[in-house]
Design a protein around this ligand. Structure first.
Ligand code: FAD
Length: 348
């Protein structure tokens, strides 16, 4: 008599970049029975669609070697899977401010990036783009992730396993399995951006609000490191996403409920966001005096970010395994392939 091997059952909670990519990798193996639960009416409505969509190579993290290494290595692996979901950026500039507020001088920045063997070219940003106030700047090959195309891709690939409008409130353990609704699972993969079912002493949450502007003319991607500065990053056609380290984040707290409340307050208080936007525009105008003439405000993207609140700006991913319950602490978007490799190894 032939024995039928039953497929192990896996529930993934949260359909952003991490949940969708992990579900897609597991589905391709055809060895598991998978469900992907999402509380919203659609996938990719959390951080995965409300971020700057930079495919990181490591330049953004002069203070965290682990984040640089995961980004450098994750970048190539991400492109092997999803290069069609990314775009090249013609001029992608990192600059170091000449103000005393900078945490880092230009030479140290260059030294760190050279020691990581990251490829870049020095550029005179003033001559090329009329950007002032920098002690130096470089061009990098970091790319743009198309979050909208990515969402459509995963909706197509995962259509039989996604269950939207399913807010998973509790997961009961029964013997060695986990009960969700009326179904028992062998494994749970928690991809809620560490916002449900798990607590960690270093983890905090904050509301973030990046701002979308329409540009009259092409502008480079511009990131001013490392201190209370800003990034102007391409978003969609003629649109740019602007984020300020000082004025785009609010309400840092260990308690996710308080941060959700803060997010509701922020969304319902246009004058609060307007005030922050004016401050950001003032800072940008110091470095790019043509800003007000060239850029027109369109909308805010508000979401909650989960952060590892250590002083080294560690943004690397981490995964915690316990009795078949897998908690994913998301790092950067291009860390997803390393995260899924680690999970596959565990499941084997
Ligand atoms: C302002 C900002 C800028 C950023 N910029 C970049 C960048 O340029 N490059 C980069 O690589 N990274 C960036 N990041 C980080 C990046 O966005 C995140 O690391 C990534 O999107 C996390 O993906 P995720 O799938 O873990 O989380 P999410 O996309 O938030 O997905 C989690 C999902 O879980 C769902 N969920 C939560 N609770 C439940 C529940 N109980 N039941 C069912 N579903 C649930 C949520 O609705 C959500 O859809 C940025 C983040 C922010 C906030």
């Amino acid at each position: 008599m032939e024995l039928i091997k039953l497929k192990k059952k896996i529930a993934i909670i949260g359909a952003g970049w991490f949940g969708c990519h992990i579900a897609h990798q597991l589905k391709k193996l055809n060895k598991f029975d998978i469900k992907l639960y999402e509380k919203e009416k659609d996938i990719f409505l959390g951080a995965s669609s409300n971020n700057q969509n930079r495919l990181h190579l490591g330049f953004h993290y002069p203070r965290s070697k682990e984040t640089r290494l995961q980004s450098k290595n994750g970048f190539d692996k991400f492109l092997k899977h999803y290069s069609f979901l990314t775009k090249k950026i013609k001029y992608n500039i990192y600059g170091i401010s000449d103000s005393p507020e900078t945490f880092l001088d230009y030479d140290t920045f260059l030294q760190i990036m050279k020691s990581e063997k990251l490829k870049f070219k020095e550029i005179d940003s003033y001559k090329k783009f009329k950007i002032l106030g920098l002690s130096g700047s470089i061009l990098t090959n970091e790319r743009l992730v198309d979050d909208y195309k990515s969402k459509l891709f995963f909706k197509r690939k995962l259509k039989n396993i996604i269950k939207t409008k399913k807010n998973i409130k509790s997961i009961k353990k029964i013997n060695r399995r986990y009960l969700i609704e009326d179904k028992l699972y062998d494994y749970i993969i928690n991809c809620t951006y560490f916002q449900e079912f798990v607590k960690h002493k270093d983890i905090k949450f904050e509301v973030t609000s990046s701002i979308i502007y329409k540009a009259k003319n092409n502008f480079p991607a511009l990131t001013i490191m490392d201190g209370p500065f800003f990034t102007i990053y391409p978003y969609r056609k003629n649109l740019y996403n602007i984020y300020s380290v000082e004025h785009s984040r609010f309400g840092l707290n260990k308690d996710i409920k308080k941060v959700r409340q803060k997010m509701n307050n922020v969304i319902n208080n246009p004058s609060f966001l307007h005030g922050k936007r004016k401050k950001i525009e003032k800072i940008i105008s110091k470095y790019y005096p043509l800003f007000q003439k060239e850029f027109k405000f369109k909308k805010y993207l508000v979401t909650i970010r989960t952060i590892n609140n250590t002083k080294f700006a560690d943004r690397s991913f981490k995964i915690f395994f316990k009795d078949g319950f897998i908690n994913v602490f998301s790092g950067k978007i291009d860390h997803i392939t390393n995260a899924s490799d680690r999970i596959l190894k565990y499941l084997k």
